[in-house]
Design a protein around this ligand. Structure first.
Ligand SMILES: [Zn+2]
Length: 223
């Protein structure tokens, strides 16, 4: 268990952050998370990205979920790791301890639970054949390869397919934000944090709705 004073200390003293993470109670997400690691060298800058033709200021990363390589191979019941970045300890992003726990447990923990129970959402069909030769620690490189892999196929895909390709991720994110919203009564979220969850819910909801309108054939009786 950690308290508000410890969270303040972690904001001010970056050397204390790993110790802080080690003391966090992961609550109902604990069966799905193997470790929390503080990563000090992540960027603190926002970048601009485009989703559904809309330019969005994508904030600096706060936390990254690192699935087990075995989850990538579609094996169930594998815990994920979470890497916590400096921006997670920003008062702009998480003014209060409960905001921090909301992202850690209600959002990333929710993703970890989904991967634990349904790894097919993130598994690589191609790699089922080669993955047996590599271990857990290669995950970072795997993520880079994943990006290259997708870029390669985007290049060969039609624009419609590329545009739709983001859908599973959008649905996946929206369900995690919905889960965070359901914890509002249980956690003492700041108003800033609640607004930011709503913003992200809207971004993904609008994207999914625009896809449904634009490509009704993908959403009709087939699904
Ligand atoms: Zn997420």
């Amino acid at each position: 268990m950690v308290n508000e004073a410890q969270y303040r200390r972690a904001i001010e003293d970056s050397h204390y952050r790993q110790q802080f993470l080690d003391a966090v109670d992961l609550e109902d997400a604990s069966p799905y998370i193997s470790s929390l690691l503080y990563i000090s060298d992540e960027s603190k800058e926002a970048v601009t990205i485009t989703i559904g033709g809309e330019k969005i200021d994508w904030p600096a990363p706060t936390m990254r979920l690192i699935p087990s390589f075995l989850s990538r191979l579609n094996m169930k019941w594998r815990k994920s790791k979470i890497r916590v970045c400096p921006y997670a300890f920003s008062e702009k992003k998480h003014p209060q301890l409960d905001d921090f726990l909301g992202t850690l447990i209600d959002h990333e923990g929710y993703h970890a639970k989904e991967i634990f129970e349904s790894p097919e959402t993130i598994a690589y069909p191609l790699w089922k054949t080669v993955g047996w030769f590599v271990g857990d620690e290669i995950v970072d490189k795997v993520d880079i390869l994943d990006m290259i892999f997708h870029k390669f196929f985007e290049f060969r895909r039609s624009p419609e397919e590329t545009y739709l390709g983001f859908l599973p991720q959008a649905r996946w994110e929206l369900s995690a934000y919905n889960n965070q919203m359901m914890k509002i009564g249980r956690r003492n979220f700041s108003q800033t944090y609640i607004e930011s969850i709503k913003d992200w819910q809207n971004v993904y909801r609008r994207y999914i709705e625009s896809m449904e309108k634009k490509y009704p054939e993908f959403f009709g009786s087939k699904r």
